[in-house]
Design a protein around this ligand. Structure first.
Ligand code: PBG
Length: 342
């Protein structure tokens, strides 16, 4: 009966779908073959928190599985990154309270925590990339990324001058890449000029270009110890308004014109649309930061048994690749790399 073509069959829709997309999903080997995006450990930058001391390990309560480490305890973690194929570490300091000042000038100290950690890491693991944050919030007594005027407004050009000194201190210590996360205007150009003028022509700049004034940074501020100092104030006068995307393109264009080698969108998952627009428009190395609050959400839901930890972790990370990221800063880097290399 199916073989018989009747006038009725010709006039009504075919009883079979003309296309069966499910053919490509039927078995694991075919899904493997047609997969468009893949995660590998080489996609990750692992953000780590360091503090002074030896054998000192302090868990960050709002980021289960994340600890602030002294240098001696960080070295084996760096070794693990090398073993797993994670190309870069991103360093964030927790600075002793008595070193914090309104102008954050400890950030310029060539013998400060970050320059010492950079030198030690590069000596021990020259094959591991090290990147540092350029911003004053870990060093200021008020927890803002820059200096304040009498009204409490964050000064731009005065802050940029200090940031330039901070970036130079990191470059002199041998850092591979600096990442200005402060959102001051003109800082990429100023830092690039200073790096060139001092012969640091190889130091890469990853600009936090589209960095939003986000509530998802809360746990990070606990980790670096800026949350209490910041109190009820916010960063709305320099970080971007979460409502905007055209503005993100403008920020990226400026940072590239000023000499950035790579750009970043931050936070990650709530801003995948911004990531896609940036990648499509500029076609430069583009990174996403899956921030502390995103990590905390997934960890909390998994700890409650509401989500499958490993599956949501890999799905969330893959989403960044699909949205156009060339790489991801993620606190899941070690966990994910271990799963992916099993
Ligand atoms: C500091 C900085 C922040 C983050 C990275 N660098 C916090 C902020 O801007 O307040 C956030 C990272 C995270 O939440 O994981 N300039």
């Amino acid at each position: 009966m199916w073989g018989t073509i009747t006038p009725m069959h010709l006039s009504s829709p075919t009883p079979f779908p003309a296309n069966r997309p499910r053919r490509l999903r039927r078995d694991a080997f075919t899904r493997d073959l047609v997969r468009e995006n893949r995660l590998t450990p080489h996609d990750f930058i692992y953000p780590v928190f360091v503090h002074e001391g030896t054998q000192l390990r302090v868990p960050v309560p709002s980021m289960p599985g994340v600890e602030r480490l002294s240098l001696d305890l960080l070295l084996p973690v760096a070794g693990e990154c090398v073993r797993l194929g994670i190309p870069y570490l991103a360093l964030f300091p927790s600075i002793d309270a008595q070193l914090k000042t309104p102008d954050g000038k400890e950030a310029l100290n060539p013998e400060g925590l970050i320059p010492r950690v950079v030198r030690a890491l590069k000596k021990e693991f020259p094959q591991l990339g090290v990147m540092t944050d350029v911003a004053l919030d870990p060093y200021t007594s008020h927890g803002q990324d820059g200096m304040l005027d009498d009204t409490g407004y964050i000064l731009n050009d005065e802050t940029v001058e200090i940031l330039v000194g901070q970036a130079l201190a990191h470059a002199q210590a041998g850092v591979d890449m600096v990442a200005p996360s402060d959102m001051m205007d003109g800082r990429i150009g100023a830092i690039r000029d200073a790096l060139e003028a001092h012969g640091h022509i190889h130091t890469r700049i990853m600009a936090y270009s589209a960095k939003y004034a986000s509530a998802f940074y809360g746990p990070f501020r606990d980790a670096v110890g800026s949350a209490a100092n910041l109190g009820r104030s916010n960063k709305d006068v320099y970080q971007m308004d979460p409502a905007n995307t055209d503005e993100a393109l403008r920020e990226v264009a400026l940072d590239l014109a000023e000499g950035a080698d790579m750009v970043m969108v931050k936070p990650g998952m709530p801003y995948l649309d911004v990531l896609r627009r940036v990648k499509d428009e500029f076609k430069v190395p583009t990174f996403a930061y899956q921030v502390s609050g995103e990590y905390a959400m997934l960890k909390a839901a998994a700890a409650n048994g509401w989500l499958d930890h490993d599956k949501v972790m890999l799905e969330a990370l893959l989403a960044f690749k699909r949205a156009g990221a060339d790489g991801i800063l993620t606190y899941f880097a070690l966990d994910a790399a271990r799963l992916l290399t099993k």
